[in-house]
Design a protein around this ligand. Structure first.
Ligand code: DX5
Ligand code: ZN
Length: 214
């Protein structure tokens, strides 16, 4: 399992310490949640935090943009250190163009789906994608309750990817813990994001190791 801890739940007074902890853990990617207070009802952080995370690790920076008009900022996120950029289907009227823009910088492109958006929405771009991000909570906040129907959504996405012989990975984000993670793994998830479950645990490094084993 690819594990991508979300720095949204880290201590922002100790970004260096928490990034180094993740760097020295079995985490594969670091998940970076950018929120603009327009697409989602919360504001998180932007370029300065991404740049400081990038200073303390060379792990893959998995940037999840919960912002309106993402195309406008792709280059700046690439310059700040993004290795994967995921935009929301719901924010991109010209989704194919947004995906090509991300890929034009030589990095990986993902698309996220809100809980109400059907997997079929990605059918015509599935062969252009490196990653599909299934939201298992409504985007905007860490620490929310997992939406159980996300498990069958992962299975549907797995079938769609197989039917089109796409190489896109399935990542799941929101309410992931060892229990929901095991269900998602059985359903075909390739990558799991975990924020509060990692950072609120007594030993984040061993929590990450346990998620890796799923
Ligand atoms: C929610 C974010 C998530 C969040 C997950 O909008 O996209 O990545 O950090 O937090 P947990 O794991 O606490 O649900
Ligand atoms: Zn996220």
């Amino acid at each position: 399992m690819i594990v991508s801890p979300s720095i949204l739940s880290c201590d922002f007074g100790n970004v260096e310490r928490d990034t180094k902890m993740l760097h020295n853990s079995e985490a594969d990617w670091l998940h970076i949640d950018v929120m603009d207070g327009v697409f989602v009802p919360n504001i998180s952080f932007g370029f300065p935090i991404l740049k400081s995370v990038n200073k303390y690790t060379n792990k893959v920076l998995d940037v999840h943009l919960m912002i309106a008009n993402p195309d406008q900022y792709i280059k700046e996120f690439v310059d700040a250190g993004a290795d994967i950029i995921t935009v929301h289907y719901e924010t991109c009227p010209h989704l194919h163009r947004s995906i090509q823009l991300i890929k034009s910088f030589g990095i990986k492109a993902g698309v996220a789906l809100n809980p109400h958006t059907p997997v079929q929405a990605l059918e015509d771009v599935i062969n252009d994608l490196d990653l599909v991000l299934i939201m298992s909570v409504n985007p905007g906040f860490g620490g929310q309750k997992f939406i159980p129907s996300s498990v069958s959504k992962v299975k549907k996405m797995k079938s769609l990817i197989a039917a089109h012989k796409s190489s896109a990975l399935i990542e799941v984000d929101g309410g992931v813990n060892l229990e929901t993670g095991a269900e998602l793994s059985a359903a075909g998830a390739d990558a799991l994001v975990a924020g509060s479950y990692v950072f609120k645990s007594e030993n984040p490094t061993s929590t990450i190791s346990n998620l890796k084993k799923l």
